[in-house]
Design a protein around this ligand. Sequence first.
Ligand code: SF4
Ligand code: SF4
Length: 228
Amino acid sequence: MGIHEKLAALEHIYRVYEDALVGYDVACRRGCDRCCTRNVTLSTLEAYKISIHLVKHGEEALFGKLSSVLGKPRFIPRITTNGLAEICLRGEDPPEEASDPDWGPCPLLADGECPLYAVRPFGCRCMVSARRCDEAGFAEMAPFIVTLNNVMLQYIEHIDRDGFSGNLADLLTFLASDEHRRRYREGNLDSPPPGLIPNRPVRALMVPPRHRERIMPIIKALEKVPPG
Ligand code: SF4
Ligand code: SF4
């Protein structure tokens, strides 16, 4: 898959996700920022989409804001979602991974607004709650939405299986480089630098038996990938 096909497939996944959420109570609104922590993760494909948006709109200064948290506590994943699915398939316990919302807000957040809302990654899109987190004190997510989120993350990683995953700050700092963007676009990335991990294809979807029937039409919609 070339970069244009991958980007078209990513847009398709975002659309399928939005359609799948129709009918659920979602209290999330633009400007609601409690979930905007510095622990957001994403794949190279999403980071590439964001990086070309920043370059196109002359907003390269945001790369600097992101790199400002590199020496600070943040969630740095050691396994991807598809890696986690493989661990579960083998019946093993996944390793504990430390993540704390109190480590601080997303470095991009400005006056409660996201400067790249239109191109925000799935890790931000999938933070949906039935009640406002500032009122409830936590996000209230239906169990099926947790399954739906995992499936979407697995598909995004699958179409970007030659790429990497990592924290928003680490991955956008990596793709701030013209050279890294070119190599990614051409499918010529070397092994990931420290802090980033290689993506994996889907071996098994993380869908509990009680959600299998309900997820099937969504999987069918996902597989209708548009031409790039
Ligand atoms: S998950 Fe919570 S904090 Fe985030 S947008 Fe939704 S209601 Fe607001
Ligand atoms: S990228 Fe935007 S939506 Fe995502 S955590 Fe940062 S400010 Fe929030």
